[in-house]
Design a binder for this molecule. Structure first.
Ligand code: IPE
Ligand code: IPE
Ligand code: MG
Length: 251
């Protein structure tokens, strides 16, 4: 069943006041799909499927709130430890989601990106995401960023390897290396670091997500399981973010 998206007109209505500091980049660890299904005596896959409906709703809200970047932790480098049928089910969802919603995303000026080692994903997953990236390349509304086969340590190690190759080639010296230069080797190169991290599902941990990029991010945790997460909780997190005072080590 297709959930309703919205027209451009609705998307232009902001729910915030002009002086509110809306987080420009929101990253979400979408956790709790399996437990949601278990509570209902359903297979874990049912929770992942329901989780996609939450993605649709939250993307819609992010567009409405004029968030610039929404990064969704979709599949981690550690999730390969799960049973094969569950992995296969999860990795079919990006294609299912895009085959239904890509036209709406395009109509709402959304640009699709991916971070992670997407080369190691099954071809159908990789091709669906690459096609969406290609077709939304010139959009300048919400950047919808899927973390797919993403692991922060894997990202940092890959960045180090590529960086040392460039240093060996003489492109720049070790002395010239600074935080900015290093971050250009990460999957998130060129993206603003997250202002707000949301984790659903009750766990208070990062699970190898954006370890470098979250250095000064505001965290917001909720026990609500991802399939139950809604615009209400999302706006609660944004409201809480508006009240935080970010100091970055200063006064
Ligand atoms: C998050 O939900 C989705 C992925 C990790 C892909 P889980 O599948 O981890 O759900 P729980 O944590 O077991 O409830
Ligand atoms: C984090 O959730 C990964 C994603 C949401 C994709 P997990 O369920 O894999 O995390 P752990 O295993 O509880 O740390
Ligand atoms: Mg989990």
């Amino acid at each position: 069943m297709k959930l309703p998206f919205f027209t451009k007109k609705q998307a232009e209505v902001s729910v915030f006041y002009p002086n509110d500091t809306i987080p420009e980049h929101i990253a979400i660890i979408m956790d709790g799909n399996g437990r949601w299904a278990k509570q209902r005596g359903m297979p874990r896959a049912a929770g992942h499927k329901e989780g996609v409906s939450t993605v649709v709703k939250i993307v819609k809200t992010a567009v409405k709130c004029k968030v610039k970047v929404l990064t969704l932790y979709t599949f981690s480098t550690e999730n390969w430890k799960r049973p094969k049928p569950e992995i296969e089910f999860i990795l079919r969802l990006p294609k299912d989601f895009l085959s239904i919603y890509l036209p709406d995303l395009i109509a709402n000026n959304v640009r699709i990106e991916a971070v992670g080692d997407i080369g190691k994903l099954p071809a159908h997953t990789r091709e669906a995401i690459e096609d969406a990236m290609e077709r939304t390349r010139s959009n300048d509304g919400l950047l919808l960023n899927f973390a797919l086969n993403y692991g922060s340590r894997d990202e940092i190690l890959n960045a180090m390897k590529e960086m040392f190759l460039d240093i060996n080639k003489g492109e720049f010296s070790l002395e010239e290396l600074d935080e900015q230069k290093f971050s250009n080797y990460l999957y998130t190169a060129g993206m603003k670091e997250p202002d707000l991290l949301i984790r659903t599902g009750g766990e208070i941990r990062l699970s190898n997500f954006l370890l470098w990029q979250l250095a000064y991010t505001e965290f917001w945790f909720t026990d609500v399981l991802w399939p139950d997460f809604s615009e209400k909780e999302f706006l609660q997190a944004l409201e809480e973010f508006c009240k935080r005072k970010r100091r970055y080590g200063g006064l």
